[in-house]
Design a protein around this ligand. Sequence first.
Ligand code: NAG
Ligand code: NAG
Length: 467
Amino acid sequence: MKITEIISVVIFCLMVSVHQSGAEEAQSPSPPTSLPGHLKPLASKATRFPVSVIQDFPSPYEFFRSYVYPSVPVIIKQGARRSPAFQKWTDEYLKSLPESQQLIRVEMRKVEERQLPRMNMPFAEFLDRYQTTDEYLVARVPDFLKRDVLIPPSLHCTNVTANLLETMLWFSSGGTKSHVHTDYVDIINCLFRGQKDFLLVNYTRYRQQIVFDHPEGFYSSVDVERVDLNKFPGLRNLEFHEAKMQAGDCIYLPFKWIHQVNSFGSNVAVNIWWNHQAYVVPSPESCGRPEPGLSLADVSFPYHDQTNGDIQTDLHPELDFFRDPSATLTTFMDEEETDSLTEGQFLEFMDTIIPGLDQDDIWTAEALNVAHQIFQILDVDGDGKITSRDTDKFPVEINKFDPFSINLGQKMMILGDIIDGQISKQKQDILRKSEKDIPEDGNTPSRDHSSKFRGTRDQTSMPNQEL
Ligand SMILES: *[C@@H]1O[C@H](CO)[C@@H](O)[C@H](O)[C@H]1NC(C)=O
Ligand SMILES: *[C@@H]1O[C@H](CO)[C@@H](O)[C@H](O)[C@H]1NC(C)=O
């Protein structure tokens, strides 16, 4: 399975709801023949806002306060120049490394086509071929190159580095075109060679409108060079945020934002994913002085098992519920030794399946209202409790796009967005409080990273140590 596919974490609920909007739109009356931008490259006639540009990575506080929590994309001009890779990674240098005989995963086409097979070839062989073929290297950054890529200083907090997920290398002779897609993670992408254009769509603003006809991978199959606005009406009247990146720049892509990427000229980029939903809040205990040498080699990326590539971190346990609500509810009832669930008990069940829901203050009136609607969907016979009489009536195959699944999927998506918003607010409050504790010089006491940056989330409780 293709890594980007795996990364576009499948949220089944969104999948169903977008499918439905697609079906609705298919039935809408024929559009006028002269749609601006029809059969033209993506965003040709659309309003485009330039993504704002800052010169260097800000402190973790500034970065999370101004960009991550409010979902604002930003280009960090020269951000990639900090890394040795920017100078070092010539083809000659890379080929000279003995490790370049290791196999690496290569896509056979630059215009993204997720159904095509990939090929494994020695990195050195790719380096000999890529200038004259359509091959595109998209793979986890190999260990032997990790030392050359520095962790952006805005992420130099143990609470952040404990929640890194994956780091990927993108290497081609240019001319790559990705699908319109989304990733359920936060991303910093740094460009070491070439140019890249990112077209971004504000998730909050347009989430109801964009249709992913390939919901299983969270992407749209629309031809980005010739956008059929009749077939993909959700792409009409969109506004885009545009980032034109030069070698040496990095970009921050906010959680869930929809994006499409084109590259120009010999192109090398690395991105870093971290878990947006985890409790990632910079704090004096977790953020020390920036550590100039901290590289990809000093942290761990537990998203994939490094040997077999399996996903290790389940970002969305609620998917199990969504895939088989009957079995999940029945198991819960068995565990609770009951044969029915009242609405109150159902909320307790939700606490167990949705990350973050069990925390204080998440159950706002709005969230409770949506949960109530979900309860009503599941209470098929409407007797005020969920029993086997209800679960027996659930569709056997939830992905058949029947009204039950569509309804449930939409409500789960809305609930997910409300929860994300609540958690984001909480994090901003924690950040505001903890900022008061930052000493005058803006730095907190430094600590020894060598062991703390590896491993699990418990590390923040370790005492500070002066270097
Ligand atoms: C995204 O859209 C929301 C809702 O319209 C808006 O409040 C927010 O400011 C937008 N974000 C950016 C970065 O433009
Ligand atoms: C840091 O992370 C830990 C574990 O994820 C969490 O319990 C703690 O609240 C976080 N601290 C802050 C200030 O975010």
